[in-house]
Write a protein that binds this ligand. Structure first.
Ligand code: GCU
Length: 435
C-alpha cells in the first residue's frame, strides 16, 4: 500500500506537469458549441455487421452484440485482463439502526486483487429497514468517498488519493473531516429508501486514483505491476474499464445478500462515472437497468457530432480514462468502428436512461439524446420501444419507454430532480411484477 504522503507527492507532481502540458495543448483544440455549425456526419449502422451483413433477428443480434462489445473493448475502453479474482467481501459492519432506524447499513470490504495487500473497495450499502423481502438496489460509484454521500458521521474517511474539490474544502489529496456529507445532494438516500430501494455505493478512488499516472495507485497497477518495464498494450484497459470492473464486483457482493434482489440492480453514474455506468451496463448483462447522468463524451454523447467535448479533447485532458488505441482516432473520428448509440444499444433489451442538463453544453445534450434515439432499432428488434422521435423533448419532461431521457434545467450535476425521474423509471421497469 502506498503511503498517503507518496500519493500526495505523486498526484501533485503529476497534476502540475499535466496542467502545463494541457494548457498548451487545449488552446489549440477546436471546440464547437453552436448547433448550426455542427457538420453533417454518418453514424455506423448498429444493425449491420462489420462484413456488411444485416442483422435480421434477435439471434443475429446476439452475434452483432458480441462484435460491438469487442470493438468497444479494443478501440475505446480497453480489455480487462483475464483471471482477476472475484473473491467474497468481508462485512466489517452491520447496523440495524442507521438513519434514525430507517435503514440497515452495511460496510463491506471487497478485495479486487489477490495477495497479502489486495486493492480493497469499501462498499457502503443502505437498505430500507421496513422491507419485508429482497429489495431492488441502485448501485453507483461516488466521486469523493463514502463519507461524503451520507449525513451519518461514523463512516471512515476515504483512504488514499482524493480529488482536490473546492466544494469539499479539501486542500490536499487526502480526505478531510470537512468533506463529510458534502455530496448528499447527489445521493438522496432517505428518499431512495422511502421509495423501497436500497442504495449501494463505493468510492471510485478505492479502485483507481483518477489522474494520469493514477493507474500506479490501484487496480491496474497492482495487476500489471508498477516496475519500470510495466506498460499497457494499446487494447489494454483504461481507468473507466477498471472502475467498471469494480462495479461488477460490487454486484457479485450484493448478489450474496439474500436481503437484496440481485436481479433488480440498477447501475447509475454521473459524468465520468456516467460513462463508467454505461460501459458497465453494456459489459455486464446482470445489471437490470442502466442510468447515465450527463455522461457526455465517451458516455452517451455521439462522438461524430462535433459539439462540446471531442475525442481529441478528452484524450488530451484525460488520457488515462480510455485505452491506448482510442488515441488513434483523435484526428479521424469518422474512422472509429463504433459510435456511442451502439454502446446504448448494448444494454438492450434492458431499460436504459440517459439524462442531460440544459447548461451542460460540454456534454452535448442533443448528442446524448440522439444516441438513445439511434439505439432504437435494436430495442424495436427485441420487442421494446425506445425514444419517441429524433427531437430533444421539452425541458424537465421524461420521455421514452425502455430508453428513457430527460434534459433538466440547470447545470452539470446529479440532483434530487434527476433522482425523481430515475425512481419513477425504476418503478416502471423493476417493480412491474411486485405491484
Ligand atoms: C470533464 C470532462 C467530462 C467529464 C467531466 C466529469 O468535464 O471533460 O468528460 O464527464 O469532467 O466527469 O465531471
Amino acid at each position: 500500500m502506498i503511503s498517503p504522503k507518496a500519493f500526495r507527492q505523486t498526484a501533485v507532481l503529476a497534476l502540475w506537469a499535466a496542467g502545463i502540458v494541457l494548457q498548451a495543448a487545449q488552446e489549440t483544440i477546436p471546440i464547437n458549441e453552436v448547433e448550426e455549425a455542427v457538420p453533417p456526419y454518418t453514424l455506423p449502422e448498429v444493425l449491420t455487421f462489420c462484413d456488411g451483413r444485416r442483422v435480421e433477428s434477435a439471434r443475429d443480434w446476439t452475434r452483432r452484440r458480441a462484435e460491438l462489445l469487442r470493438l468497444f473493448e479494443d478501440h475505446v475502453y480497453g480489455r480487462v485482463p483475464k483471471g482477476l479474482p472475484r473473491a467474497p467481501g468481508r462485512v466489517v459492519e452491520t447496523r440495524r439502526d442507521a438513519l434514525g432506524g430507517k435503514a440497515v447499513r452495511q460496510r463491506i470490504q471487497v478485495p479486487l486483487t489477490r495477495g497479502p495487500r489486495p486493492v480493497l473497495m469499501d462498499l457502503l450499502v443502505y437498505r430500507p429497514a421496513s422491507a419485508t423481502g429482497p429489495v431492488p438496489v441502485f448501485l453507483g460509484l461516488n466521486f469523493d468517498g463514502n463519507h461524503t454521500v451520507t449525513v451519518e458521521t461514523d463512516i471512515p474517511l476515504a483512504r488514499g488519493w482524493v480529488a482536490n474539490r473546492p466544494r469539499s474544502g479539501v486542500t490536499n489529496h487526502v480526505a478531510a473531516e470537512a468533506s463529510r456529507g458534502t455530496d448528499t445532494a447527489a445521493w438522496p438516500i432517505e428518499r431512495i429508501l422511502g421509495r423501497g430501494y436500497g442504495l449501494a455505493t463505493a468510492y471510485y478512488g478505492d479502485i483507481e486514483a483518477d489522474f494520469n499516472g493514477g493507474w500506479r495507485h490501484g487496480l491496474r497497477g497492482t495487476v500489471a505491476g508498477t516496475g519500470p518495464g510495466s506498460r499497457f498494450a494499446p487494447e489494454d484497459w483504461g481507468a473507466i474499464s477498471a472502475w467498471s470492473w469494480g462495479l461488477s464486483r460490487a454486484l457479485d457482493q450484493l448478489a450474496r445478500d439474500p436481503a437484496i434482489d440481485a436481479g433488480k440492480v440498477a447501475v447509475i453514474g454521473h459524468s465520468r462515472l456516467g460513462k463508467t455506468a454505461l460501459w458497465t451496463g453494456a459489459r455486464d448483462p446482470r445489471f437490470a437497468l442502466v442510468i447515465a447522468n450527463e455522461s457526455g463524451e465517451g458516455g452517451a454523447a455521439l462522438a461524430r457530432r462535433f459539439f462540446g467535448e471531442t475525442t481529441l479533447r478528452i484524450n488530451t485532458s484525460f488520457p488515462h480514462w480510455f485505452n491506448g488505441r482510442f488515441k488513434d482516432y483523435n484526428h479521424r473520428v469518422p474512422d472509429l468502428p463504433v459510435d456511442q448509440h451502439e454502446l446504448v444499444a448494448l444494454v438492450a433489451p434492458r431499460p436504459v436512461y440517459i439524462a442531460s442538463a440544459e447548461q451542460d453544453r460540454w456534454a452535448d445534450p442533443k448528442g446524448e439524446y440522439l444516441s438513445g434515439w439511434h439505439a432504437g432499432p435494436v430495442y424495436r428488434l427485441l420487442g421494446r420501444e425506445g425514444l419517441p422521435g429524433p427531437d430533444l423533448p421539452a425541458l424537465n419532461r421524461s420521455v421514452g419507454d425502455s430508453v428513457g431521457y430527460h434534459v433538466r434545467t440547470g447545470a452539470h450535476a446529479l440532483t434530487g430532480a434527476d433522482w425523481e425521474f430515475y425512481l419513477d423509471f425504476a418503478d416502471r421497469h423493476l417493480r412491474r411484477d411486485s405491484r
